[in-house]
Design a protein around this ligand. Structure first.
Ligand code: IPM
Ligand code: MN
Length: 348
């Protein structure tokens, strides 16, 4: 591309601080690549909700749809009742923009500090990506409560899995696995208990595997997958799983690969009908917001995923390598948000 038109959603808490550093990185590499970069900020999150009572309107969605891609900081704030912004802004963005593929890579950068005894459990390091379904599962709000507040209360949260939704994410996961050196795909579910959804996922993976004889497929129950993520993370290449299992596994994967401060994600509409959205896996961290100490690395790595997605893989690679170089030389001195951002830009 010769130009790139981005929507920036700084959002809540540390979102604006980390996104500002990611935008500076994007500006630097776009300039070098001769790409004209336009950025438009969109005001979503706690401030807007307090001022107007609005979360995400049709008008917001129309405005966002006009951009090539979206970079988002974080959504969620303790001054807003729990769930209002998550279910009013973040999830509707993913749902309305058909972000069925939630791509969450987790690789061990040299220099990153893992709580694992890596010499023992991952002597060769690890490099995995979780392909989390992003539009269905228990996230859709299909459920209800009866006799609330009584001893007879019943709450249901029904996981929705459609053949259409599962097939499109499974196809994307296979396509992704086919492009990676090891070409391995692990379906993670719990089909010994969640028989209906589990069976649908199993059959669809089996069917799509027929189109990818070059990809090796295996299966793990989600509980077993958590064990292996800690005891043998190197066994994983691509994991495909549902929305909730993917949410949980990617926090664990982030923790073992150096912390949530490094974990990046891409919310992708593979049909390209809608702009894809790139965001750090971490939340708004209100406890440290406004202090200039949040690590912008996850936001910067999310910007790298964005560059890759919009057809600038060389620039994406430059950013990832700059982050890798910075991580490799990180000392124990605490650094602020803008210091880390500047150090990474200096390594581009
Ligand atoms: C994430 C977050 C969100 C999710 C929350 C904030 C709704 O935890 O992006 O992983 O559960 O998807
Ligand atoms: Mn999460």
């Amino acid at each position: 591309p010769t130009s790139l038109d981005l929507a920036i959603v700084p959002g809540d808490g540390i979102g604006p601080e980390v996104v500002a550093e990611a935008v500076l990185v994007l500006q630097a590499v776009a300039a070098d690549a001769g790409v004209t970069l336009a950025t438009t900020e969109h005001d979503l999150g706690a401030r807007r909700w307090h001022a107007t009572g609005e979360t995400l309107t049709e008008h917001d969605l129309d405005a966002l749809r006009a951009h090539d891609a979206i970079l988002l900081g974080a959504i969620g704030d303790p001054t807003v009742p729990s769930g209002v912004l998550e279910r009013g802004v973040l999830l509707p963005l993913r749902f309305a923009l058909d972000h069925c593929v939630n791509l969450r890579p987790s690789r061990l950068f040299p220099g990153a500090t893992s709580p694992l005894d890596l010499d023992r459990v991952a002597p060769e390091g690890f490099d995995l990506v979780v392909v989390r379904e992003g539009t269905e599962g228990p996230y859709v709000g299909n459920g209800g409560a009866l006799r609330v507040g009584t001893p007879q209360e019943i709450a249901t949260e029904v996981s929705v899995n459609t053949a259409y939704g599962v097939e499109r994410v499974v196809r994307a996961a296979f396509a992704h696995a086919a492009e990676r050196p090891r070409r391995r795909l692990t379906l993670v579910h719990k089909h010994n208990v969640l028989v209906h959804a589990g069976d649908l996922w199993r059959r669809i993976v089996e069917a799509v595997a027929g189109d990818h004889p070059d990809v090796t497929v295996d299966y793990l129950h989600v509980d077993a997958a958590t064990i292996f993520l800690v005891t043998d993370p190197g066994r994983f290449d691509v994991i495909v799983t549902d929305n909730l299992f993917g949410d949980i596994l990617t926090d664990l994967a982030a923790a073992v690969s150096g912390g949530i401060g490094l974990a990046a994600s891409a919310n992708i509409d593979p049909s390209q009908a809608n702009p894809s959205m790139f965001e750090p896996v971490h939340g708004s961290a209100p406890d440290i917001a406004g202090r200039g100490i949040a690590d912008p690395t996850a936001a910067i790595l999310s910007a790298a995923l964005l560059l890759d997605h919009v057809g600038l893989p060389d620039q994406a690679h430059r950013v990832t390598e700059a982050v890798a170089a910075d991580l490799a030389s990180r000392g124990s001195e605490p650094r602020g948000t803008s210091q880390v951002g500047a150090a990474i830009r200096a390594r581009l």
